[in-house]
Design a protein around this ligand. Sequence first.
Ligand code: ZN
Ligand code: FE
Ligand code: FE
Ligand code: ZN
Length: 267
Amino acid sequence: MVKIDYHIHTRLCKHARGEVPEYVARACALGFDEIGFADHNPIPGGFDREHRMEVHEFETYIESIAQARQQFPEISIKCGIEVDYMPGCETAVRTFLGSFDFDYVYGSVHYLGDWNFDNPVFVHRWQHHDVDEIYAQYFEALERMIRSGLFDIAAHPDLVKKFGHRPQRLELPAEYERICRQLADAGMCLEVNTSGLRKDVGEMYPDPLMVKIAEQNGVGVVIGSDAHQPEEVGYAHGQAVALLKQAGYTTVCRYSARCREEVALDP
Ligand code: ZN
Ligand code: FE
Ligand code: FE
Ligand code: ZN
Protein backbone atom coordinates (compact mmCIF):
# COMPACT_ATOMS: atom_id res chain seq x y z
CA MET A 1 0.00 0.00 0.00
CA VAL A 2 1.02 3.52 -0.73
CA LYS A 3 0.23 6.64 1.26
CA ILE A 4 -0.26 9.57 -1.13
CA ASP A 5 -1.28 13.26 -0.91
CA TYR A 6 -1.62 14.87 -4.35
CA HIS A 7 -2.90 18.34 -3.53
CA ILE A 8 -0.17 20.56 -2.10
CA HIS A 9 0.30 24.27 -2.81
CA THR A 10 3.39 26.46 -2.40
CA ARG A 11 3.96 30.06 -1.39
CA LEU A 12 4.16 31.00 -5.08
CA CYS A 13 0.34 31.26 -5.25
CA LYS A 14 0.49 34.16 -2.75
CA HIS A 15 -2.14 32.73 -0.40
CA ALA A 16 -0.14 29.73 0.80
CA ARG A 17 2.81 29.78 3.16
CA GLY A 18 5.95 27.66 3.17
CA GLU A 19 8.73 26.55 0.88
CA VAL A 20 8.65 23.29 -1.04
CA PRO A 21 11.18 21.54 1.26
CA GLU A 22 9.03 22.36 4.31
CA TYR A 23 6.03 20.63 2.75
CA VAL A 24 8.13 17.63 1.77
CA ALA A 25 9.73 17.35 5.21
CA ARG A 26 6.27 17.31 6.77
CA ALA A 27 5.14 14.54 4.42
CA CYS A 28 8.23 12.50 5.26
CA ALA A 29 7.61 12.95 8.98
CA LEU A 30 4.05 11.64 8.49
CA GLY A 31 5.24 8.57 6.60
CA PHE A 32 3.93 9.44 3.15
CA ASP A 33 5.36 7.37 0.29
CA GLU A 34 4.39 9.84 -2.39
CA ILE A 35 3.22 13.43 -2.62
CA GLY A 36 2.44 15.77 -5.44
CA PHE A 37 2.46 19.52 -5.76
CA ALA A 38 -0.56 21.03 -7.47
CA ASP A 39 -0.24 24.77 -7.20
CA HIS A 40 -2.62 27.15 -8.99
CA ASN A 41 -1.77 27.59 -12.66
CA PRO A 42 -0.27 30.85 -13.90
CA ILE A 43 -2.60 32.78 -16.23
CA PRO A 44 -1.12 35.27 -18.70
CA GLY A 45 -2.74 38.71 -18.70
CA GLY A 46 -3.17 39.10 -14.97
CA PHE A 47 -6.50 37.29 -14.39
CA ASP A 48 -6.85 36.51 -10.66
CA ARG A 49 -3.14 37.10 -10.29
CA GLU A 50 -3.40 37.51 -6.50
CA HIS A 51 -4.17 33.78 -6.14
CA ARG A 52 -1.56 32.23 -8.42
CA MET A 53 2.08 32.32 -9.44
CA GLU A 54 3.21 34.80 -12.05
CA VAL A 55 3.93 33.40 -15.49
CA HIS A 56 7.66 34.02 -14.98
CA GLU A 57 7.57 32.07 -11.69
CA PHE A 58 6.52 28.82 -13.34
CA GLU A 59 10.16 27.91 -13.83
CA THR A 60 10.81 28.45 -10.12
CA TYR A 61 7.94 26.09 -9.34
CA ILE A 62 9.33 23.33 -11.56
CA GLU A 63 12.89 23.91 -10.35
CA SER A 64 12.01 23.80 -6.67
CA ILE A 65 10.22 20.47 -7.14
CA ALA A 66 13.20 19.05 -9.06
CA GLN A 67 15.51 20.21 -6.27
CA ALA A 68 13.31 18.64 -3.62
CA ARG A 69 13.59 15.29 -5.41
CA GLN A 70 17.38 15.52 -4.98
CA GLN A 71 17.10 16.61 -1.37
CA PHE A 72 14.50 13.98 -0.33
CA PRO A 73 15.26 10.72 -2.17
CA GLU A 74 13.24 8.82 0.46
CA ILE A 75 9.91 10.04 -0.90
CA SER A 76 8.40 10.11 -4.37
CA ILE A 77 7.55 13.68 -5.42
CA LYS A 78 5.22 14.35 -8.34
CA CYS A 79 4.79 17.56 -10.26
CA GLY A 80 1.15 18.40 -10.85
CA ILE A 81 -0.83 21.59 -11.34
CA GLU A 82 -4.30 22.80 -10.35
CA VAL A 83 -5.85 24.49 -13.36
CA ASP A 84 -8.84 26.82 -13.12
CA TYR A 85 -11.49 25.86 -15.62
CA MET A 86 -13.63 28.60 -17.12
CA PRO A 87 -15.62 28.14 -20.31
CA GLY A 88 -13.52 29.54 -23.13
CA CYS A 89 -10.18 28.83 -21.47
CA GLU A 90 -9.62 25.61 -23.42
CA THR A 91 -7.16 26.82 -26.04
CA ALA A 92 -4.97 28.70 -23.58
CA VAL A 93 -5.00 25.78 -21.14
CA ARG A 94 -4.12 23.30 -23.88
CA THR A 95 -1.13 25.44 -24.84
CA PHE A 96 0.00 25.77 -21.24
CA LEU A 97 -0.33 22.03 -20.57
CA GLY A 98 1.67 21.30 -23.71
CA SER A 99 4.57 23.35 -22.39
CA PHE A 100 5.58 20.94 -19.62
CA ASP A 101 5.37 17.23 -18.81
CA PHE A 102 3.21 17.24 -15.71
CA ASP A 103 2.58 14.05 -13.77
CA TYR A 104 -1.10 14.96 -13.43
CA VAL A 105 -3.44 17.89 -13.94
CA TYR A 106 -6.32 18.82 -11.67
CA GLY A 107 -9.29 20.61 -13.18
CA SER A 108 -11.00 22.98 -10.73
CA VAL A 109 -14.08 25.13 -10.90
CA HIS A 110 -13.55 28.14 -8.61
CA TYR A 111 -15.31 30.67 -10.87
CA LEU A 112 -18.86 31.07 -12.10
CA GLY A 113 -18.67 33.86 -14.65
CA ASP A 114 -16.48 36.51 -13.01
CA TRP A 115 -17.43 35.41 -9.52
CA ASN A 116 -14.82 33.53 -7.48
CA PHE A 117 -17.65 31.89 -5.52
CA ASP A 118 -15.42 30.06 -3.02
CA ASN A 119 -13.52 33.19 -1.98
CA PRO A 120 -14.59 34.44 1.49
CA VAL A 121 -14.07 38.00 0.23
CA PHE A 122 -17.00 37.57 -2.19
CA VAL A 123 -19.20 35.41 0.02
CA HIS A 124 -21.77 38.26 0.22
CA ARG A 125 -22.64 37.62 -3.42
CA TRP A 126 -24.32 34.37 -2.38
CA GLN A 127 -27.13 36.50 -0.91
CA HIS A 128 -28.02 37.90 -4.31
CA HIS A 129 -28.44 34.52 -5.96
CA ASP A 130 -30.67 31.52 -5.67
CA VAL A 131 -28.65 28.69 -4.10
CA ASP A 132 -30.22 26.09 -6.38
CA GLU A 133 -29.31 28.18 -9.39
CA ILE A 134 -25.68 28.45 -8.24
CA TYR A 135 -25.46 24.71 -7.65
CA ALA A 136 -26.89 24.03 -11.10
CA GLN A 137 -24.39 26.42 -12.66
CA TYR A 138 -21.56 24.84 -10.71
CA PHE A 139 -22.34 21.30 -11.86
CA GLU A 140 -22.78 22.53 -15.42
CA ALA A 141 -19.31 24.11 -15.31
CA LEU A 142 -17.89 20.94 -13.78
CA GLU A 143 -19.42 18.94 -16.61
CA ARG A 144 -17.86 21.22 -19.21
CA MET A 145 -14.52 20.92 -17.42
CA ILE A 146 -14.72 17.13 -17.62
CA ARG A 147 -15.85 17.11 -21.25
CA SER A 148 -13.02 19.41 -22.29
CA GLY A 149 -10.73 16.39 -22.17
CA LEU A 150 -7.91 18.54 -20.78
CA PHE A 151 -7.69 17.22 -17.24
CA ASP A 152 -6.85 14.06 -15.29
CA ILE A 153 -8.58 14.65 -11.95
CA ALA A 154 -11.67 16.58 -10.85
CA ALA A 155 -10.55 18.58 -7.80
CA HIS A 156 -12.88 19.02 -4.79
CA PRO A 157 -15.91 17.97 -6.88
CA ASP A 158 -18.59 19.70 -4.81
CA LEU A 159 -16.66 22.82 -3.77
CA VAL A 160 -19.90 24.79 -4.20
CA LYS A 161 -20.94 23.66 -0.68
CA LYS A 162 -17.89 25.31 0.93
CA PHE A 163 -19.78 27.89 3.01
CA GLY A 164 -22.56 25.48 3.91
CA HIS A 165 -25.21 26.61 1.40
CA ARG A 166 -27.53 23.73 0.50
CA PRO A 167 -29.91 23.46 -2.44
CA GLN A 168 -33.62 23.05 -1.74
CA ARG A 169 -34.93 21.59 -4.99
CA LEU A 170 -31.96 20.33 -6.97
CA GLU A 171 -31.69 16.52 -6.92
CA LEU A 172 -28.08 16.03 -5.89
CA PRO A 173 -28.01 12.25 -6.48
CA ALA A 174 -28.93 12.84 -10.12
CA GLU A 175 -26.18 15.46 -10.47
CA TYR A 176 -23.64 13.10 -8.89
CA GLU A 177 -24.70 10.29 -11.19
CA ARG A 178 -24.30 12.47 -14.28
CA ILE A 179 -20.91 13.80 -13.21
CA CYS A 180 -19.61 10.36 -12.29
CA ARG A 181 -20.69 8.85 -15.58
CA GLN A 182 -18.82 11.58 -17.39
CA LEU A 183 -15.73 11.09 -15.26
CA ALA A 184 -15.80 7.42 -16.17
CA ASP A 185 -16.22 8.23 -19.87
CA ALA A 186 -13.35 10.71 -19.71
CA GLY A 187 -11.10 8.28 -17.84
CA MET A 188 -10.71 10.89 -15.11
CA CYS A 189 -10.29 10.45 -11.38
CA LEU A 190 -12.34 12.02 -8.63
CA GLU A 191 -10.47 13.71 -5.78
CA VAL A 192 -11.40 13.20 -2.17
CA ASN A 193 -10.25 16.54 -0.78
CA THR A 194 -10.06 16.86 2.99
CA SER A 195 -9.84 20.67 3.08
CA GLY A 196 -13.63 20.98 3.42
CA LEU A 197 -13.21 19.79 7.00
CA ARG A 198 -11.35 23.04 7.65
CA LYS A 199 -14.10 25.20 6.09
CA ASP A 200 -17.60 26.29 7.15
CA VAL A 201 -19.18 23.20 5.61
CA GLY A 202 -17.13 20.99 7.94
CA GLU A 203 -17.03 17.95 5.68
CA MET A 204 -14.80 16.57 2.97
CA TYR A 205 -15.34 17.16 -0.73
CA PRO A 206 -17.23 15.39 -2.14
CA ASP A 207 -20.37 14.19 -0.41
CA PRO A 208 -19.98 10.50 0.65
CA LEU A 209 -22.91 9.70 -1.63
CA MET A 210 -20.95 11.00 -4.61
CA VAL A 211 -17.99 8.81 -3.64
CA LYS A 212 -20.31 5.80 -3.54
CA ILE A 213 -21.77 6.65 -6.94
CA ALA A 214 -18.25 7.14 -8.32
CA GLU A 215 -17.32 3.68 -7.10
CA GLN A 216 -20.39 2.16 -8.75
CA ASN A 217 -19.38 3.81 -12.01
CA GLY A 218 -15.80 2.55 -11.83
CA VAL A 219 -14.28 6.02 -11.36
CA GLY A 220 -10.72 6.08 -9.96
CA VAL A 221 -9.85 8.23 -6.95
CA VAL A 222 -7.00 10.21 -5.43
CA ILE A 223 -6.70 11.84 -2.01
CA GLY A 224 -5.62 15.45 -1.51
CA SER A 225 -5.25 17.69 1.54
CA ASP A 226 -5.21 20.98 -0.41
CA ALA A 227 -2.41 22.04 1.93
CA HIS A 228 -1.74 25.78 1.86
CA GLN A 229 0.75 25.52 4.73
CA PRO A 230 3.18 22.73 5.62
CA GLU A 231 1.17 21.66 8.69
CA GLU A 232 -1.78 20.82 6.44
CA VAL A 233 0.02 18.12 4.46
CA GLY A 234 -1.77 14.82 4.97
CA TYR A 235 -4.61 16.59 6.75
CA ALA A 236 -7.31 14.06 7.85
CA HIS A 237 -5.82 11.49 5.51
CA GLY A 238 -7.14 8.62 7.62
CA GLN A 239 -10.68 9.98 7.37
CA ALA A 240 -10.40 10.11 3.59
CA VAL A 241 -9.20 6.51 3.51
CA ALA A 242 -12.10 5.48 5.74
CA LEU A 243 -14.57 7.29 3.48
CA LEU A 244 -13.22 5.51 0.43
CA LYS A 245 -13.37 2.12 2.11
CA GLN A 246 -16.95 2.73 3.18
CA ALA A 247 -17.80 3.46 -0.43
CA GLY A 248 -16.25 0.15 -1.47
CA TYR A 249 -12.90 1.33 -2.80
CA THR A 250 -9.84 -0.88 -2.35
CA THR A 251 -7.42 1.14 -4.50
CA VAL A 252 -6.40 4.72 -5.24
CA CYS A 253 -4.66 6.02 -8.35
CA ARG A 254 -1.16 7.32 -8.78
CA TYR A 255 0.09 9.25 -11.77
CA SER A 256 3.30 9.54 -13.73
CA ALA A 257 3.53 11.60 -16.91
CA ARG A 258 -0.29 11.79 -16.94
CA CYS A 259 -0.73 8.00 -16.96
CA ARG A 260 -2.39 6.38 -14.01
CA GLU A 261 -2.03 3.08 -12.20
CA GLU A 262 -4.01 1.71 -9.29
CA VAL A 263 -2.38 0.93 -5.96
CA ALA A 264 -3.87 -0.62 -2.84
CA LEU A 265 -5.46 1.79 -0.40
CA ASP A 266 -3.33 2.20 2.71
CA PRO A 267 -4.77 0.48 5.81
ZN1 ZN B 1 -5.37 27.95 -3.15
FE1 FE C 1 -9.09 24.52 -5.67
FE1 FE D 1 -5.88 23.66 -4.24
ZN1 ZN E 1 -7.93 23.56 -4.19
